[in-house]
Design a protein around this ligand. Structure first.
Ligand code: FAD
Length: 369
């Protein structure tokens, strides 16, 4: 396969839009674009089983999924209903926020792999092509992008959508800076279905603060439970959180996470460290390109809005690209301004949320107050 010049070579595949990354943001962008008649390829690697941990999907996702025509599929896909959030934050006692009294009803505890697969399937059914690979090279020619993949694939496209998540490398190649606000990480353990005990009675996610960060736990479809210790990357070693026995001993020191994990007698065999910091791309779009989802605005899991933001920004960026194609100059700039405003608003809410916990004068909390 050649193709080093602007015309590419015989093996170069040409599309109107190349979407890098097949998570929720990329799939939604592709879905909206193909429905409007664009030729779209999603370039995304095959995700190994177990790579995605479970997460909660806020009820505000429902109208977005409905508009995309995938709500029924998601609702029937075996995700468990999430009735609300519990939190021990600023005090030992738990307080509850229920979803049922809200306008959209329950959210879900997701099987993330299944959720992402359903969205990718919807984009493919709508006409998007999928290429299993990882975007490596991004080069701009006067009127198009030339993109290469790790396995030698070569593409040309009029527009580039960066949906690769927090790293946002294609956006950086297009000229954006990624502005990071913190270095929050999750040390996550998946507790398999317990061999004994009744089914989980509670369908809520729970956060509980500690002197060095906070815990998140939620039941997952299939009887599993996800437990995550959230702290700053530079504090992990001192806390010995990567040692499953120490991690488990710390679970046992909590008030409420301990209760939710009482049916498990052993720590998970493997812990995974996941980047979870807040960041945004500046700008989030420019001539011929847009960043969506975490690549555009990555939020703290405490806000529990990452997937909803991915769905909303994927859709908004696709509409901006369609407007730009139709000659509406300024549509991509307007999208970038909107992302900057949404991220600024999110950062204010994040400060307020962390200020509600005032019990500890420790590095983790000092950095956030
Ligand atoms: C610990 C943790 C807990 C969270 N909990 C929640 C929660 O409970 N609720 C919630 O709403 N949100 C939560 N989030 C946030 C949520 O996971 C993200 O906001 C959401 O997944 C963003 O979707 P996305 O499509 O932008 O990116 P991603 O879901 O990260 O998808 C990116 C895709 O791009 C692919 N990719 C990466 N690099 C390349 C490349 N070079 N070329 C091609 N493809 C590439 C990846 O394989 C992946 O498929 C959590 C995040 C973390 C870290």
């Amino acid at each position: 396969m050649s193709g080093n010049g602007p015309d590419g070579g015989a093996g170069t595949r040409r599309y109107d839009v190349l979407v890098a990354g097949g998570g929720p943001a990329g799939c939604v962008a592709a879905l909206v674009l193909v429905r409007a008649g664009a030729r779209v390829v999603i370039v995304t690697p095959v995700v190994p089983p177990g790579r995605r941990v479970g997460e909660s999907l806020a009820p505000t996702a429902r109208p977005l999924l409905e508009r995309l025509g995938v709500l029924d599929r998601v609702a029937a896909d075996g995700h468990t209903p999430c009735h609300g959030n519990l939190s021990a934050w600023g005090e030992d006692a738990l307080s509850a926020t229920g979803f049922r009294s809200g306008p959209y009803g329950d959210g879900w505890h997701l099987d993330r792999a299944r959720f992402d697969a359903a969205l990718l399937e919807a984009a493919r059914a709508g006409g998007a092509r999928r290429y299993a690979g990882r975007v490596r090279g991004v080069q701009r020619w006067p009127d198009r992008w030339q993109v290469t993949t790790g396995d030698g694939g070569m593409f040309q496209a009029g527009y580039l959508v960066d949906a690769t998540g927090r790293a946002a490398r294609p956006a950086r190649r297009a000229g954006a800076a990624v502005v990071r606000c913190d270095h929050l990480v999750a040390v996550a353990g998946l507790l398999g279905p317990p061999s004994t005990g009744a089914a989980e009675p509670e369908r809520a996610s729970l956060v509980e603060s500690t002197p060095w960060g906070w815990w998140y736990t939620a039941p997952l479809p299939g009887g599993e439970r996800i437990v995550m210790a959230m702290t700053d990357a530079d504090l992990v070693t001192g806390l010995r959180l990567l040692d499953p026995d120490v991690w488990w001993a710390r679970v046992r020191l909590t008030g409420h996470v301990r209760d939710r994990t009482a049916r498990w007698t052993e720590p998970p065999r493997r812990l995974r460290v996941l980047a979870a910091g807040s960041a945004c791309a500046r700008p989030a779009a420019g001539p011929g390109w847009a960043a969506v989802g975490d690549a555009a605005t990555a939020t703290d899991p405490l806000a529990a809005r990452g997937i909803v933001t991915a769905l909303a920004t994927g859709s908004a960026a696709a509409r901006a690209i369609l407007a730009d194609r139709a000659g509406e100059t300024g549509a991509l700039d307007a999208y970038a301004r909107r992302i900057a405003a949404v991220h600024a608003e999110y950062l204010n809410a994040r400060v307020a949320q962390y200020r509600r916990e005032q019990r500890w004068d420790t590095p983790f909390w000092r950095r956030r107050h």
